[in-house]
Design a binder for this molecule. Structure first.
Ligand code: S3P
Ligand code: PEP
Length: 429
């Protein structure tokens, strides 16, 4: 278990960071390249542990995937190029790998077993295994296929019209990927729109996807054609520096080449509503995904209410938003965010318990939390609980803490941002 002494009492953060590739887009590029016909080249791929789990699973199914310096090359041979793995596939800590891959495996005629780490074993898989079973996939696992370890035997599928009880891009993507191998048209309707990288990237691989409000449909029998993907910087990683720039005194940080897909930009809306100065420059579109540079400065913040449609647009940013709220004047209420309970940790509990150790004033609720600011944070020994986003949030909290802060299980950060501390260090003056 790794313990790390964090930077504390930082007087200012200044400079530029080019954040690593988007995790959601990197996973999809490898998966879609693996089921496409021909070569796919993925630039600015995120070499985080989660995306490396996706690569190793598809390699075990016979796909040739080569990692070069900053790109990954995949030789796909369609769905029929996948072969039955001889060993159990290890999804590590990655919910995205597990759920999206199940959608692909539902349509291939062989047997696969999946296992992950302690955290994955607690995450609900029934949200994908139940609809995939109703399409015809044979899935079993712990507690009747609700949790890993899971085993799946795919084959001929029938299409479904699925009304998802949760706004989840993983559920939506899993069913749409199964839909590629189903007879007829498969559709998924969500209560709120979730991130739409699957829809956009399938388009880049030559697949027709129909989107109407909160319903996405796909006709079965379509094939993917290998392509070249440029992965934008991950706004969920940039979020840690956006908040750092707003709360550390005398700071100005530029984040280059950040993905600005409107289903992901809730963090910018929140920062602006809280009075932070965030500028967007050099906006452009790459592979159907909007991209730009972000500039953030130290700001005088005020508390706000966050809920409803905004939640799926910033779900992974709630830990760092909670820290932001401790530095805003007045009350911040985060509601409608019960999905936080089924992430790498129960993020309502881990955010509150760890920030309280530093002196924050937070009350947990059934669907979120209430935070009173502004408070001075003091140093303590804190714990990531093995959750990358909790670890990075605490590292930014330490920057404004008044004394020594130690982080237990700091290596969890490698899941999504292996160069996080190098980038943070580059901004110290
Ligand atoms: O589809 C994706 O790439 C993701 C979707 C979200 O999960 P849910 O689909 O469970 O909301 C998000 O929290 C996760 O980090 C990545
Ligand atoms: C929830 C996350 O990822 P996943 O669901 O892929 O484990 C995350 O990265 O915050």
């Amino acid at each position: 278990m790794s313990q790390k002494e964090l930077y504390t009492r930082i007087s200012s953060l200044n400079g530029e960071v080019c954040v690593p590739g988007d995790k959601s887009i990197s996973h999809r590029a490898v998966m879609f390249g693996s089921i496409a016909q021909g070569k796919t080249k993925v630039h600015h791929f995120l070499p985080g542990e989660d995306c490396l789990s996706t690569i190793s699973c598809f390699k075990q199914m016979g796909v040739s995937i080569k990692r070069q310096d900053d790109y990954v090359e995949i030789e796909g041979n369609g769905f029929s190029g996948l072969i039955e793995p001889t060993e159990v596939l290890d999804v590590g800590n990655s919910g995205t790998t597990t759920r999206l891959m199940l959608g692909i495996l539902a349509g291939v005629p062989f047997h696969t077993s999946l296992i992950g780490d302690e955290s994955i074993a607690k995450r609900p898989m029934g949200r994908v295994t139940v609809p995939l079973q109703s399409m015809g996939a044979k899935i079993d696992g712990r507690e009747s296929g609700q949790f890993t370890p899971l085993s799946i035997r795919g084959g001929a599928l029938r299409s479904i019209r699925y009304e998802s009880p949760v706004a989840s891009a993983q559920v939506k993507s899993s069913i749409l990927l199964a839909g590629l191998n189903a007879e007829g048209t498969t559709s998924v309707t969500e209560p709120h729109k979730s991130r739409d990288h699957t829809e956009r990237m399938l388009g880049a691989f030559g697949v027709q996807v129909h989107v109407e409000d909160k319903t996405v449909s796909i006709a079965g029998g379509q094939s993917l054609k290998g392509t070249e993907i440029y992965v934008p910087g991950d706004i969920s990683s940039a979020a840690f520096f956006l908040v750092a720039g707003a709360i550390v005194p005398d700071s100005c940080i530029t984040l280059r080449n950040v993905g600005l897909n409107p289903t992901r930009t809730g963090i910018i809306d929140v920062l602006r509503q809280m009075n932070a100065t965030v500028e967007i420059k050099n906006e452009r579109v790459v592979n159907g995904e909007p991209v730009g540079d972000l500039i953030v400065q130290t700001s005088d913040l005020k508390g706000i209410e966050i809920g409803g449609d905004l939640i799926p647009r910033l779900i992974d940013e709630i830990p760092i938003i909670a820290l932001l709220a401790t530095q805003a004047n007045g009350k911040t209420v985060i509601k409608d965010a019960e999905e936080l309970k089924v992430k790498e940790t129960n993020r309502i509990d881990t955010v509150a318990s760890e920030l309280k150790k530093l002196g924050a004033n937070i009350i947990t609720t059934d669907d979120g939390m209430i935070i009173e600011g502004k408070v001075t944070l003091t140093g303590a020994t804190v714990d990531s609980h093995g959750d990358h986003r909790i670890g990075m949030m605490l590292a930014i909290a330490a920057c404004i803490a008044t004394s020594r802060t130690l982080l237990e299980r700091a290596d969890a950060i490698n899941v999504s941002y292996p160069t996080f501390f190098t980038d943070l260090e580059s901004l110290l003056n």
